[in-house]
Design a protein around this ligand. Structure first.
Ligand SMILES: [Zn+2]
Length: 251
């Protein structure tokens, strides 16, 4: 599903789900992915919950479309108002906090589940991909959270501070075992930036190196606090937890 779509096949007129009106119900909209001919319609336009665009079964998304159901962001599953981007990313760097932790005693059986903000890297990434990059989520511009092909124009001077980057494995070699570093390049068409993940923990370095090695053709998403490496257009971040990385196998 998507939080935006286009009114025309040329993808020149964008519409945000939040700006859709009742009259738009029944109109066919176009997937943000130009390759994808899914027939999208506004959903939930008359309910109290947030609207979004979804494809109909007979004309669904192409395989691996980032706006297909597998990317799975539904605005009604999360508490947008509680989302704090920097805090969410800091939490991803912390060790020992299980994200599958059981609910605190007392919250069980108390009726409807309390919504949480997006918190895993997959949830935050899916939220960013579902929105137009100039749109906002709890007041933060999507493109300022996620660097991808859509938002790269917002980074003319490089990538600094807490950001999620969408990247590919650097070829021909993506790791340096002596330095415990993994190198990625931006997924953007121009491959403008190189990103170095710096590990202190040897076991974590090996684990992540092996995961990337067996998924070399997929997109890699990394959350970190980026700073200059000293080399032009090369940025680096410490990696202290596997929660900072995800392999995106659905597109
Ligand atoms: Zn699509």
């Amino acid at each position: 599903m998507a939080m935006y779509a286009y009114k025309d096949a040329a993808r020149s007129v964008k519409i945000l789900a939040r700006n859709a009106k009742k009259e738009d119900k029944g109109n066919r909209y176009y997937c943000p992915n130009h390759e994808c001919e899914a027939h999208m319609f506004i959903r939930n336009i008359e309910g109290v919950s947030a609207s979004y665009f979804g494809a109909i079964h007979s004309h669904g998304h192409i395989l691996n479309c980032p706006h297909g159901a597998s990317s799975g962001f539904n605005p009604n599953d999360y508490d947008e108002g509680a989302f704090k981007f920097d805090n969410a990313l800091i939490a991803l760097t912390e060790l020992g906090k299980s994200q599958t932790k059981k609910e605190a005693p007392g919250t069980h059986g108390s009726g409807s589940a309390t919504l949480k903000p997006p918190r895993t890297i997959r949830q935050i990434y899916a939220m960013c991909k579902a929105h137009d990059c100039s749109d906002t989520y709890n007041g933060v511009t999507i493109g300022h959270m996620l660097l991808d092909n859509r938002s790269v124009y917002m980074y003319p001077k490089g990538v600094f501070g807490w950001r999620i980057i969408e990247a590919k494995c650097k070829k021909p070699r993506f790791y340096d075992s002596d330095r415990k570093e993994i190198s990625l390049v931006a997924s953007t068409v121009g491959e403008e930036y190189t990103f170095i993940l710096i590990f202190e923990n040897e076991l974590l370095f090996k684990e992540i190196k092996n995961v990337i090695f067996s998924n070399k053709e997929y997109l890699i998403v990394a959350a970190g606090q980026w700073s200059s490496s000293g080399i032009f257009n090369v940025f680096c971040t410490p990696v202290t937890s596997r929660k900072q990385l995800a392999i995106i196998t659905h597109n």
